[in-house]
Design a protein around this ligand. Structure first.
Ligand code: PBG
Length: 331
């Protein structure tokens, strides 16, 4: 090689480094997951998610105010009702926990974009994401009966003020079912963010403790995806786009970066990803032991999601990441 005319690398001065940076992030693309529960004047820290709480509706204000101050203006709400039953009736009750929380937050903080999780697992006594089959295969959910309840859930959430619904149940045909129910009720402009590629994952462990939604029998493998399958993730995403999904969510995040990239390349909708409870818990635990540096690990994980193709990032670290973006440490 002619050493004089050899190809050169960019010399990495700080200005140049930020000019040529390939991955850009903005606080407006962050979503913070929040747990709300029935009751009054209580906030319980979730033991496997240090720093994360379940709040009664009257206790959410400081958290919402801090989020807005940090530049995080989207939240996803998960409801934890006192009463659970076979049909998850509190998921679609007019005065259910989510319905009350959404209307409280939207009235007081209209600038906060509120997304609601559409799923029955937090509301059913058995902890499954739908109605359990009375006959046929054991440990299975009745897909089509569940669809009707998901429709009712989504409509009641939007009636209460939800800005976007996020079905996470993984029933077949749910996006089309929810889209038509919303349209029939006049909510043609309300978007659907679908968890299209949702893998059956042990990374959801701490969430199930937080939501009290661990299945009391069986598991979710009949309706959540096998993590050995990559092409199936693309198939699910394409189906959901066809059914009317506006945004596709991939979850978990860290173990599914390849799926994020696939969905980004194969669809024309924004790709969101959810860095789930187990991801947060691992970083917290290791950093509390002094084994890793929390802030830099958290930043590296977030950037890897955007680099893979996500443009929306849901994380329990939303506030801290917003701060790092503002400081110019990342993004
Ligand atoms: C289901 C739902 C789950 C999560 C989000 N929505 C749990 C599950 O499928 O078992 C997991 C989120 C997390 O782990 O942070 N409603």
């Amino acid at each position: 090689m002619d050493l004089k005319n050899r190809p050169r690398r960019l010399r990495s001065t700080p200005n140049l480094r930020s000019m040529v940076r390939e991955t850009r992030m903005s606080t407006s693309s962050l979503i913070y997951p929040m747990f709300v529960m029935d009751g009054k004047s209580e906030a319980h820290e979730i033991s496997a998610l240090p720093g994360q709480y379940r709040y009664t509706v009257d206790m959410v204000d400081p958290e919402i105010e801090e989020l807005l101050k940090a530049g995080v203006s989207s939240i996803m709400l998960f409801g934890i009702p006192d009463h659970k039953d076979e049909l998850g009736t509190q998921a679609y009750a007019e005065d259910g926990i989510i319905q009350r929380a959404v209307s409280y937050i939207k009235n007081k903080y209209p600038e906060m974009f509120v997304i609601t999780d559409v799923c029955l697992c937090e509301y059913t006594s058995h902890g499954h994401c739908g109605v359990v089959c009375e006959c046929g295969r054991r440990h299975d959910v009745d897909n089509d009966r569940t669809l009707e309840l998901l429709q009712k859930t989504a409509v009641s959430q939007v009636l209460a003020g939800s800005d976007m619904v996020a079905p996470s149940d993984m029933m077949d045909g749910r996006v089309a079912a929810i889209r038509s129910a919303l349209d029939e009720n006049g909510f043609t402009g309300t978007p659907i963010m679908s968890y299209a590629a949702k893998y059956a994952s042990s990374f959801y462990g701490p969430f199930r403790e937080a939501a009290g939604s661990a299945p009391s029998f069986g598991d979710r493998r009949s309706y959540q995806m096998d993590y050995h399958n990559r092409r199936e993730g693309i198939k699910e995403a394409l189906l959901d786009v066809e059914e009317g999904a506006d945004i596709i969510m991939v979850k978990p995040c860290l173990s599914c970066l390849d799926i994020i990239r696939d969905v980004y390349e194969r669809t024309n909708v924004p790709v969101a990803t959810y860095s789930v409870s187990g991801e947060y818990a691992m970083v917290k635990a290791a950093s509390q032991k002094g084994w890793v540096d929390e802030k830099s690990i958290m930043c590296e994980m977030a950037v890897s999601a955007y680099r893979a193709g996500a443009s929306i990032y849901e994380t329990y670290y939303a506030k801290e990441i917003a701060e790092c973006i503002r400081e110019g440490r990342i993004g």
